[in-house]
Design a protein around this ligand. Structure first.
Ligand SMILES: O=C(O)c1ccccc1NCC(=O)[C@H](O)[C@H](O)COP(=O)(O)O
Length: 194
């Protein structure tokens, strides 16, 4: 967390999805959030979680933004009265314009790779050409990004933001400060090529 903040990350994600190797408990997340500077966004990630479980987490962790990464409907996402974003996994038949209209109440959309076996954190890219240029400025691009491809991703797609997990890890669930720094350098390089 310290490495990400020092490298200039705008937001940090806390995974409240027990099957994930990155999962944290509300107690761990609360401790970590207490160390965040004021303008770094604390994002809580949920996958088809029961509302009572999300509420129990919100009671304990000062999250700024909720990220729903499962099959939550717009109503499911909105019941907490918090700002939220919806992750869309890029299934072959997804209609991005329709999904954007459906989740109009979101603060933004995150586009991630689709893998039927895993809800997220796949480490896989999807075909960036599938993102219509008029939608790109509003989306957070995710899926298989790392220090080697993030500059090209930003230059080609021109998204609002980028999101990374496995690409800055030394092993599953173990973030690596050197990879974080290299990734953030790639982000700055991509920004200059936009
Ligand atoms: O990271 C996880 O383990 C995870 C598990 C289930 C749902 C979502 C998950 N992560 C969400 C993210 O926003 C990841 O950063 C995103 O999927 C990109 O991951 P990666 O391809 O490893 O960079």
């Amino acid at each position: 967390m310290e490495a990400a903040v020092a490298a200039g990350a705008d937001a940090l994600g806390f995974v409240f999805y027990p099957p994930s190797p990155r999962a944290v408990t509300p107690e761990q997340a609360a401790q970590l959030c207490a160390g965040l500077p004021p303008f770094v966004t604390a994002v809580g990630l949920f996958v088809d979680a029961a509302p009572e479980s999300v509420r129990a987490t919100l009671d304990r962790v000062p999250l700024d933004l909720l990220q729903f990464h499962g099959d939550e409907s717009p109503d499911d996402c909105a019941i907490y009265g918090r700002r939220w974003i919806k992750a869309l996994r890029m299934r072959p038949d997804i209609d991005l314009a329709a999904e954007r209209a459906r989740y109009a109440g979101s603060a933004g959309l995150l586009l991630d790779a689709y893998d039927p076996a895993r809800a997220g954190g796949t480490g896989r890219c999807f075909d960036w050409d599938r993102i219509p240029p008029e939608i790109a400025p509003d989306i957070v691009l995710a899926g298989g990004l790392d220090a080697d491809n993030v500059a090209e991703a930003i230059a080609r797609v021109r998204p609002y933001g980028v999101d990374v997990s496995g690409g800055v890890e030394a092993a599953k669930g173990l973030k690596d400060p050197n990879r974080i720094n290299a990734f953030m350098q790639g982000v700055r390089d991509g920004d200059t090529r936009r």
